[in-house]
Design a protein around this ligand. Structure first.
Ligand code: BES
Ligand code: MN
Ligand code: ZN
Length: 506
């Protein structure tokens, strides 16, 4: 998909030649004398069109308007959230048409601030994504080019740039999240990470079974031992700031297929466990976005990638393993494997002396029961980190909700046979999983995002969502502003944009 940002004053909208002109109409629409405004005013007056978010009215070859199709879409209060709804509805409708070049016109909106433009770009990309990787007759998307029209570039450019970076990051995350387990093995996932290593300032290292054994990651290895696919431990570095600056570490659960292991899952919907690496793909997607924006900070990505299978050498309920931290774990349920791969990655994170560590995981079915698909669950031992992540969720429209970490929740993890068990009772399963992880995250500011309900959709629209790439990117960019404010509290210099081209077209 090709995006362009263009100045389009209200008077000139009618001259814009394109296959479809999408005009976002806010509730407080005020008419001027140009043909598009007249059309909007007539449509509103007739009652055939309302400015409610997502309402559509299409016209074909309208007098005085150069576009082949004109699509009016209600933009409600003009907030980023309602812009998202509006653009999604309009582009969703145009996706099936023959339109190739579409202009999404924001010029009629009273506010065309950066966050509005960003929301519009992300919603376009969302609506136009289509999965083709494993289809034999993938028809190329007809819609090739989207022009975002605004009345002035001044406020819009930064939002546009962020939107493009997010669109690329979310597409990357969606694409790898959607791939079936036989097309996204741990080795292939490492290959996807290596592709990212071709961008400026990104380095990628991949460890195999031997190196992981040498590190003493007994817990991670236990999960992988029932599969014929060898595990991979993927380490990504984004170096946008001085080496001395402490990085933020992102840890993504990379279970490329979760059968449950010997504690096997029921057959219904087991296919959806190919999405059990969406934590990992959100880390990869965030790196893809960083590659685009090149912000001044350091980020490390850690991905423990493996299958969770039932082979003859699979780990058994009751087995006790020794984690990299030295803590022993009784594996009472082999289906609680996410925490087993994450705990060793958290211990590995210590070596980077990180500013903060955030793990992202499709960790528990209980999370889906608690929060559904609206908000991810957030846990944190650090107030500032919790606040920054909550705020990033709000500003990027990728919401999360903070959950408790009271010590009483850890009671059920006690066992007679090891330092800790990998499951507690059924109650508060989303919290007890976090309490397990917390034992391995004592040496840094830590947050955990359970994305089991938000990372993919089931049913007819089955597919990965690309969440929480927007939340993570906004958090990271917020850290850049913070660092800048700390270094130079008095003067705020405009940032020079570095233009760096990737070596491939990932
Ligand atoms: N990957 C699953 C969590 C999951 C299940 C996410 C369904 C989304 C939908 C995870 O590995 C798992 O199986 N968790 C168990 C933990 C339990 C055994 C304590 C669960 O939630 O059932
Ligand atoms: Mn599981
Ligand atoms: Zn899992």
């Amino acid at each position: 998909m090709d995006f362009e940002l263009k100045t389009l004053t209200r008077a000139r909208i009618c001259n814009e030649k394109c296959d479809a002109l999408v005009v976002l109409v806010p509730q407080d629409f005020s008419s001027t004398a140009d043909p598009v405004s007249v059309l909007v005013a007539l449509a509103l007056k007739s009652g055939d069109f309302e400015a409610k978010p997502g309402k559509l009215l299409s016209a074909y070859r309208t007098l005085g308007i150069a576009a082949t199709r004109t699509v009016l879409v209600g933009a409600g209060d003009g907030s980023p959230k309602q812009i998202r709804t509006a653009v999604n509805a309009a582009l969703g409708a145009l996706k099936a048409s023959n339109a190739q070049r579409v202009v999404v016109c924001l010029s009629v909106l009273n506010s065309q601030q950066a966050d509005v433009v960003r929301a519009a770009v992300v919603a376009c990309s969302d609506a136009l994504y289509s999965y083709t990787a494993t289809k034999s007759k993938a028809s190329p998307a007809k819609l090739q080019r989207v022009v975002i029209g605004v009345s002035s570039l001044a406020d819009a450019q930064a939002g546009f740039d962020k939107g493009i970076a997010l669109a690329k990051g979310m597409d990357f995350a969606r694409e790898w999240g959607n791939r079936p387990a036989n097309h996204a093995t741990p080795t292939m996932l490492a290959g996807a990470a290596r592709e990212l290593g071709k961008f400026p300032n990104i380095k990628v290292e991949v460890l195999g079974p031997k190196e992981v054994a040498k590190l003493g990651m007994g817990s991670f290895m236990a999960v992988a031992q029932g599969s014929d696919e060898p595990l991979r431990f993927i380490v990504l570095h984004y170096e946008g700031a001085a080496k001395a600056e402490a990085p933020v570490v992102l840890v993504g659960k990379g279970i490329t297929f979760d059968s449950g292991g010997i504690s096997i899952k029921p057959a219904a919907e087991m296919d959806e466990m190919k999405f059990d690496m969406c934590g990992a793909t959100s880390v990869l997607g965030t790196f893809r976005a960083l590659a685009e924006l090149q912000p001044a900070l350091n980020v490390v990505g850690l991905i423990p990638a493996s299958e969770n299978m039932t082979g003859g050498s699979a780990v058994k309920p009751g087995d006790v393993v020794t984690s990299m931290s030295g803590q022993t774990i009784e594996i009472l349920n082999t289906d609680a494997e996410g925490r087993l791969v994450l705990c060793d990655a958290l211990t590995y994170a210590e070596r980077f002396k990180p500013k903060a560590v955030i793990d992202i995981a499709t960790l528990t079915g209980a999370c889906v029961i608690a929060l559904g698909s609206v908000r991810s669950a957030l846990f944190s031992t650090d107030e500032a980190l919790a606040q920054a992540l909550t705020q990033a969720g709000e500003s990027s429209l990728d919401l999360c909700w903070r959950m408790p970490l009271d010590e009483e929740y850890a009671e059920g993890l006690k066992t007679n046979f090891a330092d800790v068990a990998n499951i507690a009772g059924r109650a508060a399963g989303v919290v007890t999983a976090a309490k397990f992880l917390q034992r391995f995250a004592t040496r840094f500011a830590w947050a955990h995002l359970d994305i089991a309900g938000t990372a993919w959709k089931g049913g007819a629209a089955k597919g990965a969502t690309g969440r929480p790439v927007p939340l993570l990117l906004d958090y990271l960019l917020g850290q850049v502003s913070l660092a800048k404010a700390e270094k130079a509290p008095a003067k705020a210099k405009p940032v020079k944009r570095r233009v760096l081209l990737p070596k491939t077209g990932v």
